[in-house]
Design a protein around this ligand. Sequence first.
Ligand SMILES: [Zn+2]
Length: 281
Amino acid sequence: MINATKRKRVIAYLLLLVFSCYLAGAAGLSAHFIDVGQGDAILVCTPNGSTLLIDAGPRVAGSTVVEYLKKLGIHEIDVVVATHPHEDHIGGFPAVFESFSVDRVYFTDHEHTTKTYERFLDAVNASGAYRVRAVAGKTIDIDPEVQIEILSPLDKRYRDLNHSSVVLRLTYGKTAFLFTGDMEVLNENELLAEKVAVGADVLKVAHHGSSTSSSMVFLEQVSPTVAVIMCGSGNSYGHPHREVLDRLESLHVEVLRTDLLGTVVIESNGMELTFRSKSGS
Ligand SMILES: [Zn+2]
């Protein structure tokens, strides 16, 4: 039996958790495409107040991600997904693990030889978070109203780390999101060959809008209403590539770019989507 004071404290804590969720996104589910310059960091807040962080941007943006989450009143992260070991995706994780308790971490068994990857592993190990191998076919359960399926990578070795990217399809009510990391045409073709359901209203465009991803046939299958491109303004790769922008335009997809808009927030009430940008530029 817990006494009345303790019970009050527990209730206050639960209310705080629920309030964090409302701060994070009043309309059911919210996806925050955080402006980290050239890199990915996406926070998803689900209707029951759970949090999912997909990538944490480059090392220099670690504090940006931490501050963004703190401003939303977030104290702990339920699930972290590291899509693949490149610096522009995992460099910010050590700062995140230092600042928040994390329950579960999903990442693949594709390793890298860099100091950045070592630091990422050290941070994961020090956090005590439960480690889960990310591979196609698994689901991530954080909210009974939200389904999250891992579509890629398949259970095989990929030579290019981009190809090992964790790809997630999230559905909430009638709305769906596809988070693609830096997957490339090779992965898109694998998904199409396996006839995996890739349809989504919101597409996080793979690999910062590089033309090595986002083939026309794949975009047609996804058939998004909105495409989010995460890249840094004036980046040295020329992302997003003209070909990808042209393909999206020909399919009448609304394109939201973090290099032009800053952080982009898309909310779903299970039926409809609304979006806003945070820089106001
Ligand atoms: Zn990248």
